[in-house]
Design a protein around this ligand. Structure first.
Ligand code: SAM
Ligand code: CA
Length: 277
């Protein structure tokens, strides 16, 4: 009798597992996840983040947003590492961006990139009201060309400011090399939450841009649990498509000697990479 009850309970807990795309945790039960949210996340969620979460919930693509528990985690992590200069690839309506903006100091900076400005502008009024918009430099468009510019520092050469005499003056004073590498090792924290098929290409550039001892966080590295799904598992088309890229990324990060890593089952999985050299 007791054994039957246990089996029944097991079946129930299996049925309650997060199997649908959109669940924000890989925990074994909805109830446990709900417990975390209600006990320690929602009661401590800053009012602007709550407001932004509620606005985002009404948006048709709300599946993409960062979960409240992951937002809380990012916010604390940024404070712990005393992050000042940060970057975010993949903004959507800005929940993780706001978590970052609230964590960095008043003179802190966030270079935020997304191909879609409209969604960012949905959350922008809340970010402005929270008094942290001045920390954000939003760039609309694909992130890769911006990263290439940062790595090569071609921005300086295409920018008419500072004036040419100053340009040559600086060249003489500091030497060309210093200018070319001004963005190298300059970021304390980088959050990557965009096109999963580009994560490894981003990594090639980001490893140059993050400082030694700084962090890159790759989001969705458990990809809705599909990283362990059998080959014939019924996966949604986009989950199946990106899964191979996520698997490839996870393998590459695990053997990259330039970083140490920690894969956390927060949200849909976030892999923290700390640059070693
Ligand atoms: N971090 C966001 C949040 O907290 O709500 C969620 C980001 S959402 C999962 C992914 C975002 O990446 C989308 O807004 C999408 O427009 C953006 N994106 C997709 N491809 C991109 C690219 N090549 N460069 C920059 N952003 C991109
Ligand atoms: Ca994500």
């Amino acid at each position: 009798m007791a054994t039957n009850k246990t089996e029944e309970q097991q079946q129930q807990s299996q049925a309650g597992r997060h199997q649908e795309v959109g669940h924000k945790s890989l925990l074994q039960s909805d109830a446990l996840y709900q417990y975390i949210l209600e006990t320690s996340v929602y009661p401590r969620e800053p009012e602007p983040m709550k407001e932004l979460r509620e606005i985002t919930a009404k948006h048709p693509w709300n599946l993409m947003t960062t979960s409240a528990d992951e937002g809380q985690f990012l916010n604390m992590l940024l404070k712990l590492i005393n992050a000042k200069n940060t970057m975010e690839i993949g903004v959507y309506t800005g929940y993780s961006l706001l978590a970052t903006a609230l964590a960095v100091p008043d003179h802190g900076k966030i270079l935020a990139m997304d191909i879609n400005r409209e969604n960012y502008e949905l959350g922008l009024p809340v970010i402005q009201k929270a008094g942290v918009a001045h920390k954000i430099d939003f760039k609309e468009g694909p992130a890769m060309p911006v990263l290439d510019e940062l790595v090569q520092d071609v921005k300086f050469f295409t920018n008419p400011n500072p004036p040419f005499f100053l340009f040559f003056f600086c060249l003489i004073l500091n030497g060309k090399i210093e200018w070319q590498e001004k963005n190298h090792g300059s970021f304390d924290f980088i959050f990557v939450d965009a096109d999963k098929d580009n994560y490894l290409n981003y990594h090639k550039r980001l490893i140059e841009l993050v400082k030694v001892g700084g962090l890159i966080g790759y989001d969705n590295t458990l990809w809705n649990g599909s990283v362990v799904a059998p080959p014939d598992a019924p996966l949604r088309k986009y989950v199946r498509y990106y899964r191979d890229f996520v698997l490839e990324l996870n393998k590459a990060l695990a053997v990259d000697p330039r970083i140490e890593i920690c894969m956390l089952p927060v949200g849909d999985g976030i892999t923290l990479c700390r640059r070693l050299k």
